[in-house]
Design a protein around this ligand. Structure first.
Ligand code: NAD
Length: 507
């Protein structure tokens, strides 16, 4: 039997040994999930809302334990576990408690004039088994919010947490049990990428994957063999654009927070900044000074936690080395050892790897720009398109940039926050992913959308049905041209319309 060991980045201690699920285990999990789905999807929306309420209460009651488990598994500080893992989950649950009924109601849709006599609606139906594959950087919220969305849609769930944060995956199963979820409604499967791939081969009905672009592409390829709908939340290279007219202190504090929150291991972290040249020197110095104030070492009181993989430091150091070899200047920071200090780089240019590669660590490169269009070009010059932030007091300029930036989520005079608002669809463009979740879209993805049309009149026939005769063509054309074209020949078109409608009375 294959074993995976979960170690804590806090002190290197072994948290627990986990047995990797065999293929037989996966088949059993799928059988159980299918059976549970059949029962659960019939239980109705009130039952789902009841489970959400229970879940919310359990999480509130267990907050400290959940925070401790997350911190031990990831090395993050307690305040961040509370604010960026527990809070978004609770606010998502509360949002769906309020809106789920409305989202799942049949929606009447408008129909073309020529279909008078019909009414049309769309319905969301549960789609089946949802496979959630999650990463290690926010192991709780990036598993829970997809799970909650899938359950709201009436699905059963198989969760494959990251192999680096298995204890959080185990805790999620326990929380669901404590909330009174049907026994196999949410099952956690332990394993690495190969287990994830085996799970896909068992043909879930939906896959929500959060992780690297490279893995996302593999998953999409494999899912295509079985035409499984995928929602991919992938990597990012978030630009921050700071204009000279921005609130200086807010922008400085915002950039330090959004770059070094969770030690930079955030998909939407600011990982490249463009600052207007007239404030560039003053801004970079102020950012370096603020960054030097960040503390590390005590997960209750410090600002910075630890890197989940100390080995990642080697690549981060190479990025800094590449930048300095091309003229970049380290204003502060040192990435050696467990107790790193975040790096701020100035004199940066587009050719440096640190401006292109997803950093996923505590490095902030800051470059200057001279015009709005230059800032826009630089920001969009990336394979990624997850998020961006714009800092200016000029509303028109912010709106112009928002309309042109290639990013799924844009913050103006703020940072990171859009991902924390449960009603806002979240997701990326380009190599950052496909699809959106959160809000209505989160429920829609996990559902089959069914369209229904009902004839409100019980007449023997319909204008477009057989038999086709010469006059059908000329009458239909007359009406089409009137409605969609010239709007001339009202009486002729009206006569044609009546003749068409009378065809409904043919026996
Ligand atoms: P990863 O791609 O290495 O792994 C993510 C998950 O996929 C893990 O559970 C892993 O076991 C599984 N996996 C790996 N190979 C697989 C395969 N072939 N088939 C099925 N599953 C497979 O990513 P990571 O290192 O855990 O996370 C970091 C990455 O996630 C970064 O690129 C980051 O930007 C991205 N991320 C994106 C978002 C977002 O919302 N867009 C959020 C957080 C993290």
């Amino acid at each position: 039997m294959k074993i995976l060991n979960a170690f804590s980045p806090l002190d290197g201690s072994l948290i627990k040994e986990y047995n990797v699920a065999s293929y037989k285990d996966l088949e059993i999990a799928f059988l159980r999930s299918r059976e549970t789905f059949k029962l659960f999807s019939e239980m109705g929306i009130d039952k789902r809302i009841k489970l959400l309420k229970n879940l919310r209460k359990v999480i509130v009651l267990e907050t400290d334990n959940i925070v401790n488990t997350i911190c031990k598994a990831t090395g993050k500080v307690k305040a961040e576990a509370l604010m960026t893992e527990i809070f978004p989950v609770l606010s998502t649950i509360s949002y769906y408690e309020k809106h789920l009924k409305n989202f799942l109601q049949g929606r009447r849709v408008s129909i073309p004039f020529l279909f008078t006599g019909l009414s049309a609606k769309t319905y969301l139906r549960p789609s089946g088994i949802s496979l959630i594959i999650s990463p290690w950087n926010f192991p709780f919220q990036l598993s829970m919010i997809p799970i909650i969305s899938a359950i709201c849609a009436g699905n059963s769930v198989i969760l494959k947490p990251s192999e680096y944060t298995l204890s959080v995956g185990e805790m999620i199963s326990n929380i669901c049990q404590s909330a009174g979820f049907p026994t196999f409604l949410v099952q956690t499967i332990y394993g690495d990428g190969s287990t994830g791939s085996e799970l896909i081969s068992l043909h879930p009905d939906r896959i929500l994957f959060t992780g690297s672009t490279n893995t996302g592409q593999k998953i999409m390829k494999q899912a295509a063999e079985f035409t499984i709908p995928v929602l991919l939340e992938l990597g990012g290279k978030t630009p921050m654009i700071v204009f000279a007219d921005a609130d200086f202190n807010r922008a400085v504090n915002g950039i330090v927070y959004s770059s070094f929150c969770n030690s930079g291991q955030v998909c939407v972290a600011t990982s490249r900044a463009y600052v207007e040249e007239s404030i560039y020197e003053r801004f970079t110095q102020a950012v370096a000074e603020k960054t030097k104030e960040l503390t590390q070492g005590n997960i209750l009181e410090s600002d910075l936690g630890f890197l989940v993989f100390p080995s990642r430091t080697e690549r981060l150091k190479e990025l800094v080395k590449d930048a300095t070899s091309k003229g970049g200047k380290v204003l502060c920071g040192n990435l050696s050892g467990k107790y790193f200090t975040p790096v701020v780089l100035s004199n940066v240019n587009e050719d440096m790897l640190v401006m292109k590669e997803e950093t996923f660590g505590p490095i902030l490169p800051i470059m200057s720009f001279s015009s709005t269009n230059e800032a826009l070009r630089l920001a969009n010059d990336s394979p990624y398109g997850l998020s961006a932030s714009i800092w200016t007091k000029d509303k028109a300029k912010a709106e112009y940039l928002s309309s042109k930036l290639q990013a799924g989520n844009i913050n103006i005079n703020d940072c990171l926050i859009s991902v924390g608002i449960p009603s806002l669809p979240f997701g990326g463009m380009k190599a950052s992913g496909i699809g959106r979740y959160h809000g209505f879209q989160g429920i829609e993805f996990f559902s089959d959308i069914v369209s229904t049309v009902r004839s409100k009149v019980n007449l023997p026939s319909s204008p477009a049905w057989f038999p086709y005769r010469k006059d059908l063509y000329s009458d239909f054309k007359q009406v089409l041209v009137f409605i969609y074209g010239s709007r001339r020949g009202f009486f002729k078109s009206f006569r044609s319309l009546i003749r068409l409608l009378l065809r409904s009375f043919r026996t």
